[in-house]
Design a protein. Structure first.
Length: 251
């Protein structure tokens, strides 16, 4: 197989699991991230390429993807993302701004870095990791929910716009997955999923050109139903449920 995939935020978590899976399938794989030591600790004895690039640095990201694409480029996955260290009622506003920079601006930068290449090549696939949190505003996670909602809507719009260039767009909305990002959570995480199983599902969704993939299905259905409720009813339920994350952090 002579195919290639570039994954942002691919040094750990979901991105790393997908990178290893693609590599096992015979793909030529590259990941980018801020920390080379993290890459070296998670990728031993592999042929996966590493670019030390932050997704908020557009020019560096464009240079990295362009360099990797010299030998072909089939898939680009915007996996870089961060959440809150503490889900208190009054958030750290600097942290909120940083969440938007990485989760939203990083996705936009990734699209810009690859779509022109795909257009010149006659097509390709680009995917982004959103979240089930994109469907509702949850207490303790305002910037995270809003940033992931922006990613979901951005992908939906781009999937329509880029179709004429044979570029498919997949937005992946996972629930809770066992990754370093969720390891510090103090609150319950219903339907918690294994990262390797999740990666397999996400790769399949990209292969099938799904425009939106929500996993796990049952959790997604519950969250989707909550999103359709009158907002007063939604606020009443969430304020009293285990999804009111501030209960675990406020003192």
């Amino acid at each position: 197989m002579d195919k290639s995939v570039f994954i942002t935020g691919g040094t750990s978590g979901i991105g790393a699991a997908m990178a290893k899976l693609y590599s096992s399938k015979g793909y030529r794989v590259a990941v980018c991230g801020r920390n080379q030591k993290k890459f070296e600790s998670n990728f031993k004895d592999t042929s996966i390429d590493f670019y030390q690039v932050e997704v908020t640095d557009l020019m560096a990201l464009k240079d990295a993807i362009k360099d990797f694409s010299k030998n072909g480029l089939d898939i680009v996955i915007a996996s870089a993302g961060i959440g809150y260290k503490s889900k208190s009622s009054i958030p750290n506003y600097d942290e909120c701004r940083n969440i938007f920079d990485i989760n939203v601006q990083g996705v936009i930068n990734t699209f810009e870095a690859c779509t022109h290449i795909f257009k010149e090549n006659g097509g390709g696939k680009v995917a982004a990791i959103s979240s089930i949190a994109a469907f509702n505003g949850l207490p303790g996670a305002p910037a995270y929910c809003a940033s992931k909602a922006a990613v979901r809507t951005y992908c939906e719009s781009m999937s329509i716009s880029l179709k004429k260039y044979n570029i498919s767009v997949t937005c992946i909305c996972p629930g809770f997955i066992k990754t370093p990002l969720t390891s510090t959570n103090k609150h319950p995480m219903p339907f918690l999923q294994d990262v390797d199983t999740s990666a397999q599902r996400f790769v399949q969704a990209i292969d099938k050109n799904k425009s939106l993939y929500i996993f796990p299905f049952l959790f997604g259905s519950i969250v989707n139903l909550l999103g359709k409720l009158p907002r007063k009813m939604f606020v009443f339920i969430i304020s009293r449920s285990k999804m009111n994350y501030t209960r675990s952090y406020d003192q």
